[in-house]
Every structure is written in C-alpha cells, then in structure tokens.
Design a protein around this ligand. Structure first.
Ligand SMILES: *[C@@H]1O[C@H](CO)[C@@H](O)[C@H](O)[C@H]1NC(C)=O
Ligand SMILES: *[C@@H]1O[C@H](CO)[C@@H](O)[C@H](O)[C@H]1NC(C)=O
Ligand SMILES: *[C@@H]1O[C@H](CO)[C@@H](O)[C@H](O)[C@H]1NC(C)=O
Length: 508
C-alpha cells in the first residue's frame, strides 16, 4: 500500500475503535476525567530505562468465549472441569472476555501510551481438532485484533502456543509426549504465518515449555494433569523439534521476521558458600533453562542433565543443526529466585538432580518479600544475575524479557480502591527495572525489551481468579477495568507518549 492509502486505512480503523468503544459503553475501562487527567499529567522520569516497555497477556488467560465461533476444547478446559484442580472451582470459560472486549483493552493501552503488546494465538480457535480443517473465524478474530493494535500504534508480539493444546491431540497420541505433534505444530504454525504473518515481525513459538512439560506432564499440577517424568522429558524433546520445524516455516513465510521461544527461569542462589552448593545452583540453572537453551545454542543437553536423566532423549546431529540459528533473540520470562543446596540422591520436579530448593536461608529468613503467589518472592537482585547468566552462557545478540511481574500480597481480599493503590507492585516494577537497567548499563547485557506481566488481572491457571497479576484491575462480575497505580508508574517511568491526548475513553 502507498503511504496515503495506509493513512486512510488507519484513519478508518481508528474511527472503528472509537465507534466500537462507544457501542460497548459501560463494558469498558472506567476512567473519570480526573483519572485521565492525572494520567496525562504525569511528569516524565529523569532518565528512561535503556529498553522498551510492553504489556503481556496469553489467550487462555484473557479471552474467554471458549466455545465461540468454532473454538474447540483445549487440555485446560478439560483440566479445569476436574473438581479440585482449580481454586474455587474457577474456569477460563469467560476470563476477561477479551474476545469481545479487545477494542476496549487496546484503547486502554493506547491511552496509557504503551507501544508493544504481547499476546498469544489460541490453537483450538485455528484448528478446533488440532489439525485438519482450518476454522476461518478463528483466523479472522486475530486479524481483527492485530489490525486494531496497529491502528492504535501498538506493535504486536505474538506467541503461537501458550499452553492451550487442542484436546483432540492429547486424546489421539498423548499431546507433547509424542513426536507426532511435530509436523502438526509445524502445520499450525504455517497456517498462522500465512494468514497473519504480515501484521508483525515479532514472534515466538512456544511459551514456557519448562512449565507445561514439568508441571503439566511431569507433576500433574497443570494440564493435562499427568505425573510422569519420562513424558516430561519427551515433552522437552518434542518441543525442541516442534520449535525447529515451526521456525523452518517462519523463514519461508515471514521473511525479515524475528522469532524466538519464551524460556522461563528462576535465579538459583547457592544456599551457602560451599563450592558444592555453587555447583548445585549452576546445575539447577542448567536443568531449568539449559534443558532448552543449550540444545538451541550449544547443540546438546547440558552434561549435568545427561549424566542424571537415564531416559533422556537424544539431540541428533540433524536436530542440533535445525536448532542452530532458530532463535533471533533470547526471550526470557523471569519472576523470582530460590536457594539451592547440593544433596546427592535428591529428586526434584525434573527427576534425579542432586539438589534441593528452598525459599529460606540457613537462618530461616525468606529470600525476598512474599507476593500473593506462594512461589513468588521479590528478588530484583536475582534478575540482574539471571540476565548476566544468560548473556555469559549463550551470548545472544539480543535479550527480550517477555514476562516479569507479580501478584500483590493480600490484593484479592482488598476493597477495590485499595487494590488500585498497588504499592508493592509499583516497588516491584521499580526495583526489577532498575536491576535490569544495571545489567544493561553496567554489565553490558544486550537486553532490548521488557514486557510487564500482565495487562489485566486474569485466569491464573490453578489459582483461578484468586491471584491478580494485572496492571489494570478487572472486576470479573461486571468486566469493568480500572487502572492500577503500577500501570501509571510504568508508563511514566518509560516516558510513554500518549498518542492522542484528546482521546478519552468512553465512560458512563
Ligand atoms: C520524554 O519524552 C518527551 C516527549 O517525547 C521528550 O521530549 C523527553 O526528552 C523524554 N524524556 C526523557 C528523559 O527521555
Ligand atoms: C467451556 O467452559 C465450560 C466451563 O468450564 C465447559 O463446560 C465447556 O466444556 C468449555 N467448552 C469448550 C469448547 O471447551
Ligand atoms: C551453528 O552454525 C554455525 C555456522 O552456521 C557454526 O559456526 C556453529 O558452530 C554452529 N553451532 C553449533 C552449536 O553447532
């Protein structure tokens, strides 16, 4: 399209956003004049961080509409239906109803001046049975979302898979336990790249395979609820193959695009000064992050893993060659740290690992302040060490932190006005961003982007709606949105420019 045509196209869509927002009056973000004004009058920070800001989400946590426009069931739908799996019996069936309210939520980001948005595509919307017949309505939905983002001046960063495997593939061959998934994932990827590849150059294949392999297949504390370490390590191997196969499609279909895989890791702090604990902490990093990143960057699983996991699948020379160059930037999800101690014979989440993990030091002191989520302690110092570890071991061209955030202690029980003043989260963002800034400025870590998790309070997996990670508060009964202090803090810190200061979000 020529420049003028693009402008005309964008103008129409901007009008579309406003019109649609008006049509949905009362269902959107609530901002009275004073809130809007104070937002726009925030003073620019003295110095802005040396990386960009984005807000992150995932389809199964926000979209709802779980049976709308032909979407098929996912393994999470099945898992949620089993009593006891999700706190309070919550389900993701409605969640934030982003499927219907996406224009409102995009408008909310536009008003905040956020210029990047991370989202995922729901595989069961594109292929309700995992493969076979494409569901055009699913592709159309994401085309609408991506268009609206571009019009709002927001760059989409898109993840193909954020844990919502079509149930049919679990039923047919055991999902990620089988390498039958590899060509089917590649076909799904190719379908999405063909239909949506023009909207953005920023992509990732799979989000947090550590989490869904070891919690979903290895422990049973997430979908599909299987407790088998052999399946978990098969999952690791099949994820690596599926990633490589999807990237092959990407190179052909999205020339000039950049792709990665979102890998999560906690920082492992040695419990004591003993060299054996230092080794154990290193081993923990190799088990959690190295299990995925070593095959990609070094062509094989870490030696520490190969020595201990007797049933570990092999990385063949062919797979190593396919993985080589399969990420254009390192996509890291990071939240917290643990203490790690050497212990011969210890079994962990990943099997025989010879280390134990705790959240308290030898004196019984917590590693950091407690968040609402049990597993999450506030340890910004660990973020800087984590970034350095990634940089030293893999020397990536670029690191993008694709998730970082927290559930604030006590937030779910607070009356809303108090929950909106989320001081613990503001401090978390301030301190984690400062730690990353030091990693960039002082340690020369090539981190270029930071995605705060998450735009909205949402369906927090096994915790249902009982833990809130949003920068924007969601009243799940009314689907109204309210900015928290942390959202305003972050856009202020990053000196985000509101694109259209006269634009006010429709309110009652
Ligand atoms: C913040 O943004 C404004 C407007 O774009 C710019 O003039 C100013 O220099 C920026 N401040 C910093 C600290 O980058
Ligand atoms: C949608 O969610 C409801 C409630 O959890 C569930 O009963 C239903 O099976 C789900 N539908 C699909 C297609 O997954
Ligand atoms: C990846 O390929 C490059 C050449 O394209 C080669 O120099 C490098 O050694 C390979 N890396 C691994 C881990 O095999």
């Amino acid at each position: 399209m020529e420049g003028s045509a693009v402008l005309g196209f964008l103008f129409c869509l901007v009008t579309g956003i406003q019109a649609a927002g008006t049509a949905q009056q009362g269902t959107g973000l609530v901002g009275d004049g004073s809130l809007t004004l104070s937002l726009l009058q925030v003073e620019a920070a003295q110095t802005t961080p040396p990386f960009y800001l984005g807000f992150a989400t995932a389809a199964p946590q926000i979209e709802g509409a779980n049976a709308t426009d032909g979407r098929g069931p996912s393994i999470w739908d099945t898992y949620e239906a089993i009593p006891g799996n999700i706190d309070n019996g919550d389900t993701s069936a409605v969640a934030d109803d982003f499927y219907h309210l996406y224009l409102n939520d995009i408008a909310a980001m536009r008003l905040l001046g956020v210029k990047r948005f991370r989202m995922s595509i729901a595989w069961p919307r594109i292929f309700p049975s995992g493969d076979g017949q494409v569901n055009q309505q699913g592709l159309d939905f994401y085309a609408r979302v991506l268009e609206a983002l571009l019009v709002a001046g927001i760059e989409p960063h898109v993840t193909l898979y954020h844990w919502d495997l079509p149930q049919a593939l679990q039923d047919r061959f055991g999902g990620w336990n089988s390498d039958q998934i590899v060509p089917i994932f590649a076909q799904y990827a190719a379908t999405v790249f063909q239909a949506l590849g023009d909207y953005t150059t920023h992509w990732t294949t799979v989000n947090e395979p550590w989490t869904f392999c070891f919690l979903g297949y290895g422990q049973g504390s997430g979908a599909p609820g299987i407790n088998d370490k052999v399946q978990a390590w098969n999952c690791v191997h099949n994820v690596l193959q599926a990633h490589a196969a999807a990237v092959k499609q990407f190179r052909a279909l999205v020339p000039g695009g950049k792709i990665s895989i979102n890998l999560n890791c906690d920082w492992a702090q040695p419990l004591t000064g003993a060299p054996s604990d230092a080794d154990a902490a290193q081993r923990k990093m190799e088990f959690m992050l190295g299990a995925f990143a070593d095959p990609i960057f070094k062509g094989d699983f870490p030696a520490s893993v190969k020595q201990r996991i007797s049933f570990l699948p092999q990385i063949t020379p062919q797979l190593a060659a396919d993985l080589n160059g399969s990420v254009d930037y390192f996509a890291l999800n990071h939240y917290t740290s643990t203490f790690v101690a050497n212990q011969q014979g210890a079994m962990g989440l990943q099997g025989a690992c010879d280390y134990t993990e705790t959240q308290v030091d030898v004196n019984g002191k917590l590693i950091g302040d407690q968040a609402e989520s049990d597993w999450l302690k506030v340890t910004p110092w660990g973020f800087r060490l984590m970034l350095n570890w990634v940089n030293n071991r893999y020397q990536p061209n670029e690191i993008v932190v694709t998730e970082n955030g927290m559930s604030m202690k006590g937030e779910s029980a607070m009356p809303m006005p108090q929950a909106l003043q989320d001081t613990q989260r503001v401090n978390f963002c301030r301190d984690y961003v400062a730690a990353a800034t030091d990693a960039v400025n002082l340690d020369k870590v090539p981190m270029t982007g930071y995605f705060a998790w998450s735009l909205l309070d949402n369906f927090e997996w096994g915790n249902g709606y009982s833990k809130r990670f949003g920068l924007v508060h969601v009243d799940f009964k009314t689907q109204q949105r309210y900015y928290k202090a942390s959202a305003k803090f972050l856009v202020n810190l990053f000196n985000c420019t509101v694109l259209d200061p006269t634009y006010t979000y429709p309110s009652d």
